[in-house]
Write a new protein. Structure first.
Length: 183
């Protein structure tokens, strides 16, 4: 299944990117319940993230393209949401900078590994957990209900710890992979 691109699992990953268009629209729209509508669309995107890997394993659709598009869809989706929330002043710029910097480093490290070894490294469970908690964290600023600010602060702290931990796991795998191929 290495060469297949147009599989159900890959289409689920690609749909996550496409869903960011209406999500961004509703985040920026000046209509009633625009944040709630945006959140529903984002939650559908989160469901596609849970389904794409499951479907890929169930239908034996695991492919190199899928190993690339799934985490890339996560990075693009999260990136769009955190940048918009930062522009609206709903989350601090330092938080967005950390999220984007982590994702960029992991993405470009993966490209480097691919260019040096030919290996496409798949997502890791620590990264999937961190991104899931980050998505849950972003629910609070998307809704922008001041009564939930304290909950956002707690989840933001948990997200930072998990993002840092997953980054260290990815970094360890990066260095081990490079080291194994340079021997």
């Amino acid at each position: 299944m290495q060469g297949k691109i147009f599989t159900i699992s890959n289409m689920l990953s690609l749909s996550r990117i496409a869903l960011m268009i209406p999500a961004a629209y509703f985040l920026t729209a000046d209509i009633r319940f625009h944040r709630e509508i945006a959140l529903l669309i984002i939650l559908v995107a989160v469901v596609t993230d849970a389904l794409d890997g499951y479907v890929a394993r169930l239908r034996n659709e695991i492919s190199d393209f899928g190993k690339i598009i799934d985490p890339l869809a996560d990075k693009i989706s999260i990136g769009i949401v955190v940048v918009l929330l930062t522009l609206f002043g709903d989350i601090p710029i330092w938080f967005t900078a950390l999220v984007l910097l982590r994702d960029l480093i992991i993405f470009f490290a993966g490209l480097y590994v691919r260019s040096k070894t030919g290996v496409i490294l798949p997502s890791m469970m620590s990264g999937k957990v961190a991104v899931s908690i980050l998505a849950l964290t972003l629910v609070f600023p998307v809704l922008n209900y001041p009564s939930l600010d304290w909950l956002y602060e707690i989840f933001q702290g948990i997200s930072l710890v998990l993002l840092g931990f997953s980054f260290s796991v990815y970094a360890k795998r990066f260095f081990e992979t490079i080291q194994n191929y340079t021997r």
